[in-house]
Design a protein around this ligand. Structure first.
Ligand code: GDP
Ligand code: MG
Length: 209
């Protein structure tokens, strides 16, 4: 089981020329503003405020790199979907994310976060389409699972599994995981999945040599 023993903020990237040059594996955190991205990242690292939990959603426009165990990166992509963001900024976000994905970074796993109480938004679906297109393995992480009664959460999981059965069976979606920073629900599962994908891609590389 993966154990996170150290995690440090490395850099914020606003211009893709600033991306780290080494080839450490990356785990992406993707989701709309306020979905619980910073909270998830902090919880995974057992830290209170490694990733800033912002009160002004839509403000972070940088791709934030964190180095974990001196061995791989957690990459916090800028949140999207904040209603008050001007159209120009929205277009800038889209370009940044797509240019980033096009670069063919060594991405081990994407974490697509969606609020467990809600349906995916059009931008969530667009992100999933991009992950599929670039063949990046990803998880759907249903955040704030503590806010739903157990029976409703399990119903919601069924709904998601049915709706995204094609992505689960034939595409790049590797699972749907409920998560809560309050109860710790999902944390072990996410650590296990990150670990598996990290090693999986290493093995693939070895085989290719
Ligand atoms: N109840 C509950 N609240 C959460 C959870 N995760 C995040 N939040 C709250 O949701 C809000 C947005 O979280 P944040 O991590 O800043 O979202 P981000 O904008 O996606 O980075 C904050 O008030 C968090 O405390 C969770 O698992 N359970
Ligand atoms: Mg945040």
């Amino acid at each position: 089981m993966l154990k996170i023993t150290s995690a440090e903020f490395l850099q914020g990237v606003a211009d893709l020329h600033q991306l780290p040059k080494n080839e450490l594996k990356e785990v992406l955190y993707i989701g709309r503003s306020n979905v619980g991205k910073s909270s998830l990242l902090n919880k995974m690292c057992n830290r209170k405020s490694l990733a800033r939990s912002s009160n002004t959603p839509g403000k972070t426009r940088e791709i934030n790199y964190y180095i974990v165990n001196n061995h791989f990166y957690f990459v916090d992509l800028p949140g999207y979907g904040y209603a008050k963001v001007p159209e120009q900024m929205r277009a800038g976000w889209k370009r940044l994310i797509e240019d980033f994905l096009k670069r063919g970074r060594p991405i081990a796993l994407g974490m697509q976060l969606i609020d467990s109480r809600q349906e995916p938004t059009p931008l969530d679906l667009m992100m999933m389409d991009w992950l599929e297109y670039y063949e990046i393995p990803y998880l759907l992480v249903l955040t704030k699972s503590d806010k739903l009664p157990v029976s409703k959460l399990s119903k919601q999981l069924d709904t998601y599994r049915t709706r995204f059965s094609q992505q689960l069976n034939e595409g790049c979606c590797r699972g749907i995981v409920p998560f809560s920073i309050i109860t710790g629900d999902g944390k072990l599962e996410l650590l296990r999945m990150i670990d598996a994908h990290m090693n999986h891609s290493l093995d693939q590389k070895k085989e290719a040599v």
